[in-house]
Design a protein around this ligand. Structure first.
Ligand code: ADP
Length: 713
């Protein structure tokens, strides 16, 4: 439809349609006289084929037709000697290409043909192509040819033009190439083809003969020339041009005579006058058909415009940039999005450099991607674009297309600014995370090293501690061994000391008794002092022996029944002289339940004596009182005095060996400081406890317990 519309719009001026229709009516042509020329001097060979009335062989075998008339006229004037070479259209063209003939008539101009042949400039004829068909075919437009067989002259522009025309309507037409129009019309008559292409000249002349009629389908008005062989001199086309212009200027010339003879007049002569009326009616019909065709064309154009608007709306609605770029990188098509991105009106983008607003750093890569798309067919590139809203990032894709021989790149651009930003954020976060991990790793390593060092220090301290403990155990062992050795030594020594001391005491006693002879007063006094010292020494040695034995764990206590009451009373009796000497009131109270117990009598008496002696020793006035009774499941013996008393802080240490509350030169009381220590250990060996209470200046109370034997309890 496009083609036809263009053709109608460009070739037919408004209101001119009727003029073309008038072609159906006989033309009145003025015949001019041809001028005589000089005698022929030059041989020119001319191809002849069958395409009456333009060129053909007459029934008498003479070359005839419009082209023949004109070339004959020119030959006559130029003095050429013409020789005709008959053949088909294709054969004629072949011969001309090879240079076998000089001229071929009735050739339409094409650029292709100009490469092979020479053309003059002034057309001989302008001929319309037209579709002819058997009468009553009903063909009203080219669309009616869909599915039909159409015969056409082979190797003609007419055939190629029609092929393109049919293709533009997407029609399915079987084209049958024929060597000449005669064959074509015979085929149409025989029903071997449904329609045929021919020129109006031939159609006008022969349609009736073959029972055919012209259809409203006319196309491609083309100028026809004599084509000259390239081998021949350029002179031939130039002469033909010059002569044609002359002929056309003169209404009386052979040119118009020939036209009249072969077209209008011939047809007019053959047609009866009533045909004129029918012709006019047919002309009216053609006008009607043309209007119909134009109407359909308008509708098609409107549909096309609608299609275009729809396509543009879609492209403008795409949420991204759309563009078409030519090989020079210039924008050829675009959508509103792209225009807005460039802050321009869509019309302002025409021919704009496509890299105009691309970020400088991305220009090179985008240019390469564009050229890649042209070279490889497809490309993708990322680029930043400077816009009034700031820098935005797009992903561009492009694909090469071939637009009727012109390579273009069609592409789109999708905004990825926020995606890009998110990616960068992620990268930054990753970097931070890595830094954090690295920092943490370093801290961890440092802590590890510290921990390792601490572990090492601890294990060193532990082994030192172990070594110290071993040393300590050794030392303890050694100390204990030394202690035992010392105690054993003291025990041995005390024993060894006691033997001679007993001898001294014994003999002193004998001397004092005067058994070996009487002693004077002084001697008696001195012997008494010896005896006292010896007694004191013996007591000391006994105490040392006891404590040593206890420390050396060598002291054994006996467990035998004895009467505790008797033992206690005897002990009190022993110290009575000492109490009387100091004027103290010594009393004893043994509870009736106290009787025989299982214990070590000597040691129990030693304890009682010691406590009684101390009470008398540290009491200057008042009383000393001993009580013995069962208390809290044991036998409790208490020695109470009204003596000097003991300070609280001293109470804690009076049971430690060699401890005396008063020591040094200030000491007023004799003693070894061993008595209470020995008492404590003995009580414990006997299964009891000992304790002391005191008020300084008021007196002291010492008490010890002994277990109650089952028999007495
Ligand atoms: P000593 O032989 O010196 O008396 P002891 O071991 O018997 O040694 O007594 C230790 C110390 O306890 C004495 O030196 C004395 O200071 C004090 N002591 C013991 N008994 C009494 C008491 N009844 N009254 C006051 N002080 C006492």
């Amino acid at each position: 439809m496009n083609y036809l519309a263009r053709f109608i719009a460009s070739r037919i001026p408004p209101g001119a349609a009727a003029r073309y229709c008038a072609l159906l009516s006989p033309l009145v042509i003025v015949v001019l006289l041809a001028t005589l020329s000089e005698a022929a001097t030059r041989a020119v060979t001319v191809g002849i084929y069958e395409n009456a009335p333009k060129v053909f062989t007459s029934d008498s075998g003479q070359p005839s037709g419009i082209f023949v008339d004109i070339i004959e006229d020119i030959a006559k004037k130029e003095g050429w000697r013409l020789r005709y070479v008959p053949g088909t259209w294709a054969e004629g063209l072949d011969r001309l290409a090879k240079g076998d003939i000089d001229l071929m008539p009735d050739v339409a101009y094409t650029a292709e043909r100009e490469k092979i042949y020479s053309f003059h400039k002034e057309p001989v004829l302008t001929v319309w192509s037209q579709v002819y068909a058997p009468k009553g075919s009903g063909i009203q437009s080219i669309l009616d040819l869909n599915g039909k067989r159409v015969a056409a002259l082979e190797q003609t522009i007419q055939l190629e033009t029609f092929r393109r025309l049919a293709a533009s309507f997407e029609l399915n037409i079987t084209l049958i190439p024929v060597p000449d129009y005669k064959t074509e019309f015979e085929m149409l008559r025989a029903g071997k083809a449904d329609a045929g292409l021919t020129n109006r000249f031939y159609g006008l002349m022969y349609a009736r003969t073959y029972g055919l009629e012209d259809t409203p389908v006319m196309f491609d008005p083309a100028p026809f020339f004599f084509a000259a062989s390239r081998n021949a001199s350029r002179e031939l086309p130039d002469v033909i041009d010059r002569r044609l212009i002359e002929l056309k200027q003169d209404p009386q010339s052979a040119y118009y005579a020939s036209m009249k003879r072969w077209t209008a007049e011939e047809v007019q002569l053959k047609l009866p006058s009533w045909v004129k009326v029918i012709g006019l009616a047919l002309g009216g019909l053609v006008v009607l058909v043309l209007f119909l065709v134009i109407g359909r064309q308008h509708a098609a154009e409107a549909a096309l415009r609608k299609e275009k608007t729809f396509a543009e709306t879609i492209i403008d609605s795409v949420p991204g940039a759309f563009y078409v770029i030519d090989a020079r990188g210039r924008l050829v098509r675009w959508n509103r999005y792209l225009a807005k991105l460039n802050d321009l009106h869509p019309d302002e983008l025409t021919g704009m450099d496509s890299l105009r607003n691309i970020h400088d750093q991305d220009k090179e890569s985008i240019a390469r991607s564009i050229s890649d798309a042209f070279a490889v067919g497809e490309a993708e590139a990322e680029a930043r674009i400077r816009t009034s809203e700031g820098e935005r990032t797009f992903l561009f894709t492009g694909r090469r297309i071939d637009a009727e021989g012109t390579p273009l790149v069609v592409g789109s651009g999708i905004e990825i600014t926020s995606r890009k930003r998110a990616e960068q954020e992620l990268l930054r976060y990753q970097g931070h995370l890595e830094e954090l991990v690295e920092r943490r790793t370093i801290t961890l390593q440092e802590t590890n090293v510290k921990l390792q060092r601490e572990i090492e220090e601890r294990s060193r301290a532990q082994s030192e501690l172990r070594a110290a403990l071993v040393d300590l155990a050794d030392a303890k062992e050694r100390a204990e061994a030394a202690d035992r050795l010392k105690s054993a030594f003291l025990a041995t020594m005390s024993h060894e000391l006691r033997t001679p001391l007993n001898s001294i005491i014994g003999f002193t006693g004998i001397l004092r008794q005067g058994l070996p002879g009487p002693l004077n007063e002084e001697q008696k006094k001195q012997m008494e002092m010896v005896q006292n010292s010896a007694d004191h020494l013996l007591a000391l040695i006994n105490d040392v022996l006891d404590i040593s034995k206890i420390e050396a764990r060598q002291l054994q206590v006996a467990s035998a029944p004895f009467d505790l009451r008797t033992s206690i009373l005897r002990s009190v009796q022993t110290v009575r002289p000492l109490a009387e000497k100091k004027g103290l009131d010594l009393s004893v109270e043994v509870a009736p339940e106290i009787g025989v117990i299982m214990s070590d009598q000597r040691r129990v008496e030693q304890i009682a004596l010691n406590l009684l002696s101390n009470a008398i020793k540290y009491t200057e006035a008042g009383s000393v009182r001993l009580t013995c009774a069962v208390h809290d499941g044991s036998i409790l013996t208490t020695v109470e005095d009204t003596g000097i008393g003991i300070k609280n802080e001293d109470l804690r240490r009076i049971f430690t060996p060699f401890t005396q509350v008063e020591s040094g030169l200030t000491r007023r009381y004799e003693g070894t400081g061993l008595g209470l220590s020995i008492c404590k250990r003995l009580v414990e060996l006997l299964g009891g406890t000992i304790r002391a209470e005191s008020d300084v200046g008021k007196g002291s109370r010492f008490s010890f317990t002994l277990p109650i034997p089952e028999r007495t309890s």
